[in-house]
Ligand binder design. Structure first.
Ligand SMILES: [Zn+2]
Length: 381
């Protein structure tokens, strides 16, 4: 496993391209320096003017929101520009206390909000199937955050959706995805998380517990409906300089609440605060690819000259890839029992998904663990 020159992404990160040892997340960030952000802002206002409700009989746009720092920033920005958004919350897979507070805070900011919660009984079954089959416990969330706001856009005849960052630009991805300012079905199918698990798999794996009709919240609207309304989705990060820490500061001044210390397995206190399953999700990234959420966050700091690469290595060693024995203070067994899974079942799934080319194994190819749960990376440079 090798690391890129300027940040701390390893070459095991899927879809990460590089030039001369510099990854494209770093290259994308440097390219932002030459952007005329004043001009971008005017472009954005022009688009909003074109799409807004001309006679005030409908909302101007939809903002998909989770209650996180980014969505709080999105709401702040659209209100600052003087528009009237409809905010659509697609509830997370296991909403945290902090997440609830931050959704309540959005309501206090002066916008109309729809909170949509997909059938929890069905969702818990999918959580389990997702973890067992593709190592993604929050598959229903990763799909429905994209599908639900578009479903409402079609139903309410609202043409414009304002998404947050283009994650492919912020964290690196194929060239075709990073300069894209539009989020549509293509982006979603290729980069947005519709990978690995199909609806037909879920129905089959559920042993007659899930039927087609239960999967409505996970279906992207038909092209003909999208075209009839003229729905289009833009990334706000394409028009305004995107910074996680900057968005957190702005959001906090609008009442957004953070955790009281670094989130477990991460290197900040201001993101992934709305789903108790995030720790498990990030841990699976670590055992599959050898890096976790702390690496993403530290890289954002390094690119913005907040800390050095050298200090970043120390932070990553301390925080990245921690076994998710708790998340936001909730114990693992509680988080698992919510979806009907035991810790033992969980440990077996972890073993199955741990990449033995990246982690230390004995001569029989069994994982070497420092203590009960801690797997060991073969090398860290
Ligand atoms: Zn990089």
């Amino acid at each position: 496993m090798n690391y890129f020159k300027e940040c701390l992404y390893p070459n095991t990160k899927p879809d990460l391209f590089f030039v001369d040892g510099v990854c494209n997340a770093c290259i994308n960030f440097k390219n932002r320096r030459s952007v005329d952000w004043g001009k971008k802002k005017l472009e954005f206002i022009e688009i909003l003017e074109k799409y807004k409700s001309s006679d005030g009989t409908n909302w101007d746009c939809i903002i998909p929101v989770s209650g996180g720092k980014d969505s709080t920033y999105q709401v702040y920005k659209i209100l600052q520009l003087g528009y009237n958004p409809l905010c659509v919350v697609s509830t997370t897979c296991h909403l945290t206390e902090l997440g609830k507070k931050n959704i309540e805070n959005l309501k206090e900011m002066g916008v109309d909000i729809i909170e949509f919660t997909a059938n929890k009984k069905i969702r818990k079954i999918i959580n389990k199937i997702g973890l067992e089959t593709v190592g993604d416990i929050s598959w229903p969330e990763h799909i429905s955050i994209f599908t639900v706001p578009v479903i409402f856009a079609v139903k309410f005849n609202i043409k414009l959706l304002i998404w947050g960052e283009n994650s492919q630009n912020e964290y690196g991805g194929p060239a075709s995805s990073v300069d894209n300012n539009i989020l549509n079905r293509d982006w979603l199918e290729n980069f947005g998380g519709l990978i690995g698990l199909r609806e037909s798999d879920i129905i089959m794996l559920s042993n007659n517990k899930i039927y087609e009709k239960n999967l409505l919240p996970y279906k992207y609207p038909l092209d003909e409906d999208i075209n009839r309304v003229g729905v289009t989705g833009l990334f706000l990060g394409h028009y305004f300089q995107w910074s996680g820490i900057g968005n957190a500061i702005i959001s906090e001044s609008s009442g957004f609440k953070t955790y009281d210390k670094f989130v477990e397995g991460s290197a900040c206190n201001y993101e992934n605060l709305d789903n108790y399953q995030c720790g498990i999700h990030d841990y699976f990234k670590f055992i599959k690819f050898g890096f976790g959420r702390a690496t993403d966050i530290v890289n954002n700091y390094i690119r913005r000259n907040i800390i050095s690469r050298e200090d970043g290595i120390e932070i990553i060693k301390k925080h990245d890839g921690k076994f998710p024995s708790s998340y936001l203070g909730k114990e693992l067994n509680e988080i698992l029992s919510y979806i009907g899974m035991s810790v033992e079942e969980f440990n077996n799934i972890c073993n199955d998904f741990t990449n033995k080319q990246l982690f230390k194994v004995d001569k029989d190819n069994n994982l070497i663990k420092e203590n009960e749960n801690v797997v060991l990376l073969k090398n860290i440079n």
